[in-house]
Design a protein around this ligand. Sequence first.
Ligand code: 13P
Length: 251
Amino acid sequence: MKRRNIVAGNWKMNLTVAESRDLVSAVLAEIGAGFCGCEVGVAPNFVALAETAGALESSPLFLAAQNCHFENDGAYTGEVSARMLLAAGCSHVIIGHSERRQLFGETDAVVNRKVSKALQEGLKVILCVGETFDEREGGITGDVVTRQVRAGLGGIAGIADLVLAYEPVWAIGTGKTATSEQAQEVHALIRKTVGELYGAEAAEGLRIQYGGSVKPSNAAELFAMPDIDGGLIGGASLNAADFAAIVRAAC
Ligand code: 13P
């Protein structure tokens, strides 16, 4: 049986609180009656979380944060903890996004600590992995992604509350999407790697999202691949009609 698709809009560092509330209202109106029961969520910036949680109340959409720290509280200026996210209404958190890794120096070890803490506190985790353009050109995509998966999951006992997201860095915000075959190849490798760590049954149940220039025009083809279980959407998630069209493609 095909796994239930999961689509999340990663709004990145965009939108004020009021703009976030407006977008979520527009998304709910667009998805509305046609909502098919695939899992759908949005990830606004930290300051917009609480307000967006209110706007999502009694809707089927989940609320995700884009990052969290690996401690509950303390002298970590500028950071936000998993516990705080839960209290603000989040059920999910994105961890290890390539922008966090590339622009903010997050290593595999830091990503692993965050995954561990978020799960321990009761958040569901969307763990991102993906190779850079140079790594793909250098023929080491498989090595990089396998390393990120193994390191990110180091010491994690179970993956029931985890979703993986494969986001090739060269496809993020560039308009260049991986072909569905390129994406499928890496997704299958990720599932195989997870199977080696947690067994075939757990790997079979794991959802693996694709992210990187997903649009209404390419979503259906990507989501039709056997190991692609929905998407993590950046730019297109800022437009309610486009995001809703992508959600429908995941139905
Ligand atoms: P784009 O859809 O804008 O390429 O971003 C993908 C992404 O990074 C989602 O997390």
